[in-house]
Design a binder for this molecule. Structure first.
Ligand code: SAM
Length: 264
């Protein structure tokens, strides 16, 4: 605003998000498993299987020439990246697809690098980690990416529209923008149960397991504030993407959803 309030608020939000993820980095897996009762793993598996990285887009045959250039934004711990590389290698027999994991938080990246040591990709040119803000990807050239993914990251961004615009810029024509994020539960009764669970149990689990109630309180609130499926689909459309079908797929009754857009 004129008085700079907005900038101060935004800086505070960025700082807060940074603090939250620095504090949850080491307990991140345990907490995700506890909070989602392990379901986040199934959602991530489905997300990756459905995107089918490494598939030859024209023939559905194994893509052997140069693979896909994938950018996994807010991918700190490498969860999506490792699945992408495993899928490309084992399902599509593609040894060329590569993933760049970008995250704003060095602690999450450190956790990802550590976990990469237990995969076949630790020293491979197919996997790299970079520190970057999704809203300003200056180091990524225009029209250079085949698939841009962001899993459980975009709701934390201060300027979501800017991040979507950056996604559009870096994707090649025909490239896919794919988002896995918490969303809105579409059944009233289920929603009531889910809200009870998330607002009471999740901060409590955070306190008991990670000794950090506030960060988990923030996570629950950020889920509540995130746009609905249709609002988010419209944000993707407004950035210029073509949106296939209704634009999203609900997972577990809308607790999470996958949104997709294709750059024309
Ligand atoms: N994608 C991983 C997964 O699904 O397990 C990590 C998700 S974690 C809930 C959210 C991540 O978003 C954190 O690692 C955080 O540092 C990152 N993040 C938040 N704001 C960001 C931004 N503006 N640019 C890039 N990463 C950001």
């Amino acid at each position: 605003t004129h008085f700079g309030f907005e900038t101060v608020a935004e800086a505070l939000k960025e700082q807060k998000v940074r603090g939250v993820f620095s504090s949850v980095a080491s307990s991140y897996d345990t907490m995700n498993d506890l909070m989602s009762m392990g379901i986040h793993r199934l959602w991530k598996d489905h997300f990756v299987r459905n995107l089918n990285p490494g598939r030859n887009p024209l023939t559905s045959a194994p893509y052997e020439q140069k693979g896909w250039n994938i950018l996994d934004i807010a991918g700190g711990t490498g969860d999506i990246a490792f699945r992408m590389l495993d899928h490309a290698s084992t399902i599509n027999h593609d040894a060329h697809t590569k993933v760049t994991v970008a995250d704003i938080n060095p602690d999450m990246l450190a956790e990802g690098r550590k976990r990469a040591l237990e995969t076949p990709y630790a020293r491979s040119p197919r996997l790299q980690f970079i520190e970057a803000n999704a809203e300003k990807l200056d180091m990524i050239p225009d029209s250079s990416i085949d698939l841009y993914t962001v899993a459980f990251g975009i709701r934390n961004f201060t300027h979501k529209e800017e991040a979507i615009r950056e996604a559009y810029r870096v994707l090649k024509p025909g490239g896919v923008f794919a988002v896995l994020e918490f969303s809105k539960v579409n059944n009233g009764l289920f929603d009531a149960v889910y809200k009870r669970w998330s607002f009471s149990a999740i901060p409590l689990i955070g306190q008991l397991v990670a000794g950090d109630r506030d960060s988990y309180q923030y996570l629950v609130e950020s889920i509540e504030r995130f746009p609905s499926q249709t609002e988010f689909r419209d944000m993707i459309k407004d950035a210029g993407f073509l949106v296939p079908g209704q634009g999203w797929e609900d997972l577990t009754g809308g607790i999470a959803a996958i949104h997709k857009g294709v750059k024309p």
